[in-house]
Design a protein. Structure first.
Length: 422
């Protein structure tokens, strides 16, 4: 009993890691005793259940967190003064991070390390989802250069929200809805805004409940990966290269990109910035949550970097959900990795969709540990990659999450320093 309690009270990331290890062992044992069918019938469905729950929460999460984020901007005049510049900078930073991630993923090709035989086995296992989804995604690409307008603007919001691949349409509606609410006197829309505050708390609770199921989900998915790849260990060396690629990308953003921006576009010296930020980065690293780190970030930005309170109180809270350079860069590498392992050859327009989706979905990623899992399932679905492929990366995600959270909070502080300039 005592032991069981100890296990349940272990930090979630340790439970997930344990889930991964047990899943690998279960898969290997199943291969050894030729019980693959048992894994397929009795274990894999739990992993699929986990993925389904992540997908289930995606549309309401994006909608509610975006509306709450936008209505939190208080009034349009404040929004246009500070908001325009802040959002533009966030947008540029995220785009740079995603392009960088895609570039690295395409050059390093971590997924290519998987043995072709193992890749073929896994592709066989996912064949039905692969073909069905890839065909749907490909159909979208036959409609000319302006097709993205159609992809972004829905003609029916109920229809749009009924398919996770239409996430951009839900984002469009949420932004329009939020902006309209901002344009109406606060007293009139107050009940709706209060409602969204409450809904946001509920949805965040649901996300943590679902992520709490991750250890079992990862165990099941990992067992399936091992049996599907017939125990070929090349999947794990590919996973190692993937992790190294993500770590290298995070370190480059943190120690090359941001310092250069600070040097050339703010009144601070690199040394001053690093000295102010390293405790915040450490805090973000240990908690893996930009939301939890927010007060620490704000304190450092106002007290150590002397950014005005007005700017800090707007830029940092918005940045927690909107600006996630580390997460966006990691997501693009993760998507390319999963595509490479599962043998999905992404064409140019699919890569552009990954870019668009990753940039925009960064707007709705919650700043909590593993917050990007939900969004990852959406982006994968939208380019026709089976979301189950996430099993590959989830077991080793925690250290990468810690690093990308440090990058995320640093990015918010960099933008605060830049906005405070004028
Ligand atoms: N943990 C990250 C954050 O809070 C989000 C994620 O990438 O999962 O910033």
């Amino acid at each position: 009993m005592g032991k069981r309690n100890k296990l349940l009270s272990a930090p979630l990331y340790l439970q997930i890691l344990l889930g991964m290890i047990v899943g690998i062992i279960v898969g290997l044992v199943a291969l050894y005793v030729h019980a693959e069918a048992v894994v397929q019938d009795w274990i894999t469905p739990w992993g699929q259940l986990f993925i389904r729950m992540l997908q289930l929460i995606a549309v309401p999460l994006i909608f509610i967190s975006l509306v709450k984020g936008i209505t939190g901007l208080k009034d349009v005049s404040k929004f246009s003064k500070l908001g325009g510049r802040t959002l533009l900078l966030y947008f540029i930073f995220i785009t740079v991070a995603v392009v960088f991630g895609i570039g690295l993923g395409l050059i390093v090709k971590p997924g290519a390390l998987v043995d072709p035989a193992a890749a073929a086995d896994m592709q066989d296992a996912y064949r039905s989802t692969l073909t069905e989804k890839t065909i749907a995604a490909e159909q979208l690409h036959d409609e000319g250069p302006l097709r993205f307008l159609k992809v972004i603007v829905p003609d029916n919001i109920i229809a749009a929200s009924s398919n996770n691949a239409n996430m951009l349409q839900v984002i469009f509606f949420a932004i329009l809805f939020g902006l309209a609410a901002l344009m109406i006197p606060r007293s009139v829309v107050k009940p709706v805004i209060d409602l969204f505050d409450g809904l946001n708390d509920i949805i965040m609770k649901m996300v943590s409940l679902i992520i709490g199921f991750a250890p079992i989900g990862v165990l099941a998915l990992m067992a399936a990966v091992v049996t599907d790849s017939k125990g070929n260990v090349s999947v794990f060396s590919a996973l190692g290269l993937y992790a190294v690629t993500v770590i290298a990308a995070m370190l480059m953003i943190m120690f090359i990109f941001y310092p250069l921006i600070i040097k050339f576009f703010s009144k601070h010296s690199i040394k001053e910035f690093i000295r102010a930020m390293y405790p915040v980065q450490l805090f973000a690293f240990t908690t893996s949550s930009s939301a939890v780190t927010l007060p620490v970030t704000m304190k450092a930005v106002t007290e150590e970097l002397h950014v005005s309170e007005d700017v800090t109180s707007f830029v940092c809270p918005v940045g927690v959900t909107v600006n996630m350079d580390g997460t966006s860069c990691y997501q693009s590498i993760a998507i390319l990795f999963i595509a490479q392992v599962l043998g999905v050859d992404l064409n140019f327009s699919q890569i552009m969709t990954v870019l668009f989706m990753t940039v925009l979905s960064s707007l709705g990623t919650p700043g909590i540990p593993g917050g990007s899992f939900v969004i990852l399932t959406l982006v994968l679905t939208s380019v026709g990659i089976p979301a189950e492929g996430m099993a590959l990366i989830m077991g080793i995600d925690r250290p990468l999450d810690m690093l990308r959270t440090s990058v995320n909070v640093t990015g918010d502080a960099v933008v605060a320093c830049m906005v405070d300039q004028k």
